[in-house]
Write a new protein. Structure first.
Lengths: 228, 228
């Protein structure tokens, strides 16, 4: 089985061939796909990703909690933003939630034709790897990036996941996957330090949400996978 | 001064703003921009990059040598392919040459509005860095990639060049540049070994042109820069 890594949504078209026979993992570590994993960890019933804010408002009428950010800031009038720390057990347990984010939702929508479509984060990386291996299909690791640009944190996660797959019989012909694995092997002794210079982490600092970072870089707090 | 790295031509549009005030370095290590540097090393009068094979034929009527490849193979009836080893002193000295290649020319054409536009390779990396620093303008390191996909060898070169610029007062806010520098620092103890798995190197092996690789990874054999 083959691994390909899509570094940004702007490169998705190069990998869309035969997608109906592939499994895809969408990666938006800071913060959409981490936040979705946290919501499920804390007992949410469902988390629906949507692209447009108006779509979220439609779900509110159905009793959903609505969550969303634009440029890293919570949308006015929404129940939550996109910080995983807002998705606590007392708020999300048993609830249906709709989440609208800048980059993650765009990537999720782009690959809607995939046979299996997941979102993942460091918080459930081992479970995700296990499921990909069991599915035994070619896999696309789809980094959401930032406004179509490459970013470090999504790519490092893709490398961490790819490395587990390579260690379990998957192969790759893809330079982006090889690069992601190299980055991961460089980053893993101290992931937070490696990412300290990343653009998105700098953006976090300017928004005073550094404490989210620690939440987003925690490993295997959830043993399930999230299919979307 | 700021450094940005464009990982493939498919991401150029994200960096095209204000390009008339920037300097751009187009990178196609295997083999277009290396071959162009070798031609100048060996005394070529000029090397004109063109996208379409028909354009090359037009130049033949003006007395140019015509060189070109498609999918790594020399075009039938052309004087040379795209192997730097074909551009020897006895063939190219004092001659005008036109070169049509798959990926390099596409990138060169995309950034025609830049204030200064160069091509470079490991064979003139120090001279290129010196000129970029002297120009004292924001710089785009433009990897030609392979059919719009990311590749390792162009990115490692971008990292090597970016590292020299960072060491001389340039800065970056760009994750692609940070990643490229990380890759370069990982690769530099043994560049050939680092690239041995790269897709393009594998393609080289299948085309029996491994000896080109050694030529393409030689450092600072030329003290000039190539403006296009």
């Amino acid at each position: 089985m083959l691994i390909d890594t899509i570094l940004t949504p702007a490169l998705f078209h190069l990998h869309s061939k035969d997608i109906e026979n592939k499994q895809v993992v969408v990666i938006d570590i800071l913060r959409a796909t981490t936040t979705m994993v946290v919501a499920y960890e804390n007992g949410a019933n469902t988390v629906v990703p949507v692209e447009h804010l108006e779509d979220a408002l439609f779900y509110r009428e159905q009793g959903y909690l609505i969550a969303g950010e634009r440029n890293g800031v919570k949308v006015e009038g929404f129940d939550m933003g996109n910080s995983p720390q807002e998705f606590t057990k007392d708020i999300v347990e048993g609830r249906n939630i709709v989440l609208s984010t800048t980059n993650g939702t765009k990537a999720i929508n782009a690959c809607s034709a995939a046979k299996f479509r997941y979102i993942s984060s460091f918080r459930n990386i081992d479970a995700m790897a296990k499921t990909i291996i069991e599915n035994n299909l070619n896999v696309l690791l789809f980094c959401a990036g930032w406004k179509d640009k490459f970013n470090l944190e999504d790519t490092v996660f893709a490398g961490a996941l790819a490395q587990q797959l390579l260690d379990n019989g998957f192969t790759t012909n893809d330079d982006a996957t090889r690069m992601a694995c190299s980055l991961w092997n460089l980053a893993k002794p101290n992931l937070a330090a490696f990412l300290a210079d990343a653009s998105h982490v700098q953006r976090f600092k300017s928004l005073h949400i550094e404490s989210d970072l620690e939440v987003c870089l925690r490993f295997n707090t959830f043993s399930g996978v999230v299919r979307v």
